[in-house]
Design a protein around this ligand. Structure first.
Ligand SMILES: [Zn+2]
Length: 428
């Protein structure tokens, strides 16, 4: 199907030159951006884009989507206590249906707030694949492995990963791709990390892992292994360009050099880190070292939102404030991290992250009549500092309209919210 985004008032292309176009049409054909120009007249479905701004869909590179089920269930606690006393016991009640509905709720929130690509790790991963296909989202799903140094668990976790990879392969979809996701260096044995790496290399897919989220994690690693977490991962040959490290709040200078040398990539999760008071990733130092950085919300239990507009603002403010320097993390730089940066970290820079001919049509239309966008001195400033997800009018993924005029097209919101509330009532 062809779609014409007719007469867009503004297009933030996010191409290499960061070109901004005015009063242009975008022709979408077979899921791709086929043409950008004036007076493109074809017979496709027409969306009037007067007073609309077109931008690339936002890319959220660290999620536990179905944790929407635990939003507001345990707040104001340190990570260790929060996981042990609230989250891990609540997760015992999960089942495939609950994860499917929690993931659909996450997609409803993401589509409403302009996110088009995600990178998830969560249990009942088959349900996440099903939800992604039904919602029409683009993303990466993975089964998170944890063995707590129990060799029997190591074997069963690797079997679970292989079974998930076969399930996803059987779906024959290009929209959802797999990663291998050992949870963290402190919850996985050396053998589990090594076998995860082998699997990732064998299938030519990414490795998604939490690293150095808290000072406690780093201190425990020094106590138990005589190495900091990144040094440990390097010592077992884990680091490489296929690795995406979430959080990465407490890297030494040497660890930043190691990550850069190995081409490992980062998902920065500022809101979650601030809420759990885990610490702050050193954005400037990572970028100066040439490390690819992207932005992620983490799960709804520790954010408690999946709105990437909020995440961009928090990212900018955190680094300005903590460096006592308003010039760090400019609006353009943060917008880059949430679009082009996410695409690069996920290895999809040829496909998404910019509005350019032949790229996949993952496009978000912003309502320029929204109060947050007025006046329009600088649209990128408005997007990062003033707007939130409610200014998104239309969300398109792979050339398919997932929301138009703020009406979701692929998700029955009432059904999903009823089912999520039903599950939530079993937690208390
Ligand atoms: Zn996480």
């Amino acid at each position: 199907m062809e779609i014409i985004l007719k007469n867009c008032s503004c297009i933030l292309t996010q191409d290499a030159k960061r070109s901004t176009l005015s009063n242009r049409d975008i022709l979408i054909s077979d899921g791709k951006i086929a043409e950008i120009g004036q007076n493109l007249s074809r017979s496709g479905y027409v969306i009037d884009c007067k007073n609309k701004l077109a931008m690339p869909g936002l890319i959220n590179t660290h999620n536990h989507l179905a944790m929407t089920l635990f939003k507001g269930y345990g707040d104001d606690m340190p990570l260790d206590k929060w996981l042990k006393e609230k989250i891990w016991p609540a997760e015992q009640k999960l089942n495939a249906e609950a994860v499917y509905n929690g993931t659909m709720l996450a997609f409803a929130e993401m589509i409403r707030s302009g996110t088009t690509t995600f990178n998830d790790m969560y249990f009942f991963s088959e349900s996440i694949v099903d939800a992604t296909i039904n919602a029409g989202m683009r993303g990466f799903a993975s089964y998170p492995t944890i063995d707590h140094n129990n060799p029997e668990k190591t074997d069963s976790e690797i079997r679970n990963v292989k079974s998930f990879l076969s399930y996803l392969a059987s779906k024959n979809t290009g929209l959802v791709k797999p990663m291998v996701a050992p949870h963290a260096p402190y919850t996985c044995s050396r053998e589990l990390l090594e076998r995860s790496k082998e699997l990732a290399l064998k299938h030519n897919i990414g490795l998604h892992i939490h690293v150095s989220e808290t000072v406690k994690e780093v201190n425990d690693s020094i106590r138990d292994k005589d190495m900091r977490p990144v040094e440990y991962l390097e010592s077992i040959g884990f680091l490489g360009p296929e690795v995406i490290m979430a959080h990465s709040c407490h890297f030494s200078k040497e660890e930043i050099v190691l990550a850069a040398k190995r081409g490992a990539k980062i998902s920065h999760n500022p809101t979650s880190n601030m809420k759990l008071a885990g610490g702050s990733m050193q954005l400037k130092e990572f970028l100066d070292a040439g490390i690819l950085v992207s932005l992620g919300t983490d799960g709804s239990a520790s954010n408690n939102s999946l709105d990437m507009f909020n995440e961009m603002k928090v990212c900018a403010l955190l680094h300005k404030f903590s460096n006592n320097n308003p010039e760090i993390a400019s609006a353009q730089q943060v917008f880059d991290i949430a679009t082009r940066g996410g695409a690069k970290v996920l290895g999809l820079e040829k496909d998404i992250g910019a509005i350019e001919i032949d790229k996949q049509a993952d496009i978000v239309l912003i309502n320029l009549k929204d109060i947050s966008m007025i006046p329009n001195h600088n649209p990128i400033s408005n997007i990062v500092y003033s707007a939130n997800g409610s200014c998104v009018d239309t969300t398109i993924v792979n050339g398919k309209i997932l929301m138009e005029n703020r009406i979701l097209k692929t998700i029955d919101e009432e059904e999903v919210t009823d089912k999520v509330n039903e599950f939530a009532s079993t937690l208390v």
